[in-house]
Design a protein around this ligand. Sequence first.
Ligand SMILES: Nc1ncnc2c1ncn2[C@@H]1O[C@H](COP(=O)(O)OP(=O)(O)O)[C@@H](O)[C@H]1O
Ligand SMILES: [Mg+2]
Length: 194
Amino acid sequence: MRKLSEGAEARVYLAKMFGSNVVVKVRHAKAYRIMELDENLRRTRTRREAKAMVRASEAGVRVPELFALGEFSIYMEKVTGSLLKDARQRGRYGEIGRMLAKMHGANVIHGDFTPANIMITPSGPCVIDFGLSEISESAEGKAIDLLLMKRSIGDRDYRTLAEAYGSGYAGSKQIFSRLADIEKRGRYQIRTLM
Ligand SMILES: Nc1ncnc2c1ncn2[C@@H]1O[C@H](COP(=O)(O)OP(=O)(O)O)[C@@H](O)[C@H]1O
Ligand SMILES: [Mg+2]
């Protein structure tokens, strides 16, 4: 297995299984945590991530296909393409706004909705990394999904995204107004990782 990435919580590997490329995302042990707590956290987060992927997919959002689930690992389709943050061609913000609308309509909060977690594939954008996702109706969580993206892209791209999000999600008005509140507060809280 070749390592593709090493993050704070998980390592991502590329493996060959049954002749196909498979991405394996493994939540590694954290030595500073009490072992039992650590295992519980990794198990819970692995399940939560897989659940959010499935739910987003059921809502019509392109995500890597889930192949199998281990206790601390997720086996999924290897998506071909480049991350939005590296992609040259960027005129995708309408589609991305529609994807976020579908996710929020299904109460999937991504939790880390940035150009580093969207891949641009030949068949359109694909959302990856549901590692901080939760299933929730929280307006705050949904607004933060928008806010993270807003802070990462230009004004024009954000306007395109927001317009598509607004027409795709019936609850968007409340989310935009929460977003304005958060921006007024000047700070926001993201669930911090233990
Ligand atoms: N299904 C996938 N197909 C192709 N590349 C992937 C896939 N999942 C993850 N990657 C690659 O691995 C990197 C890290 O994966 P990610 O799920 O974002 O983990 P982390 O939580 O560490 O950010 C991504 O930025 C991407 O380059
Ligand atoms: Mg990531």
